[in-house]
Write a new protein. Structure first.
Length: 227
């Protein structure tokens, strides 16, 4: 019983992550099933000049590993950075869900016939079978990639690890590029994700929302001085 209590006290900060994961996946799955027609089509003229490059399926899929690895690293290594990362990611993901619910959206960018036949195009076909061309704005692939990279470069855990910071930057950039080269997103989705990430960067890292919340809690818990 004591071991169970110690385990809970040590890892209880993972409860919000689990609960939010359930809420997000359930909400997103509902949107994918219900938003099938009558949605607002997102398109920019530049989208028509971006080629389809199936090799970018590799960084696109690495996004799942990248974001999860960053969150889990800070979960075990640094609670403050973990909370900052979760606030950044969860806020953007929630905004995305609300936007997709109130303003259903999608695009018509995917080619009717893939231009080549290789292992990468086969992987893209599998992706498209499970991921519809709806619920796109703003791009969570872009937003969360930026969030993961910000978490790394702003953490003291990686302060003297220039190699890892550079690898994170390259992976972040390749994932962002993959969203348009695979015709998963319009440039509009990408640009608005950058804008949202910029705002959240100011809130989470410049203003330091986590430390502000802790300071507020400390003032509330402080006992009044008796003169």
């Amino acid at each position: 019983m004591k071991n169970l209590k110690n385990f809970y006290l040590k890892y209880k900060h993972g409860i919000p992550l689990i609960l939010y994961g359930i809420i997000y996946l359930s909400w997103f799955a509902h949107l994918e099933k219900t938003v099938t027609k009558g949605y607002h089509v997102i398109h920019m003229a530049v989208d028509d000049y971006i080629p389809f490059l199936e090799v970018f399926i590799i960084p696109y899929l690495l996004w799942f590993v990248y974001v999860a690895a960053v969150v889990l690293f800070f979960f075990f290594k640094n609670k403050t950075d973990y909370y900052r990362t979760c606030i950044f990611l969860f806020t953007g993901m929630t905004i995305f869900l609300i936007v997709s619910t109130l303003w259903p959206n999608g695009h018509h960018l995917r080619p009717a016939v893939l231009p080549r036949d290789n292992i990468f195009t086969h992987m893209v076909e599998l992706l498209w079978q499970t991921d519809t061309s709806t619920n796109l704005w703003p791009s969570i692939h872009v937003y969360n990639s930026l969030g993961a990279h910000f978490a790394i470069i702003r953490s003291k855990e990686f302060e003297n690890k220039r190699g890892l910071r550079l690898c994170s930057l390259l992976l972040c950039c390749s994932i962002i590029m993959s969203t348009v080269f695979l015709k998963q997103h319009s440039m509009f989705d990408v640009l608005t994700a950058f804008a949202m990430a910029a705002v959240m960067y100011l809130v989470v890292y410049r203003y330091d929302l986590v430390m502000a919340i802790r300071a507020l809690r400390s003032r509330k818990n402080a006992k009044p001085q008796i003169s």
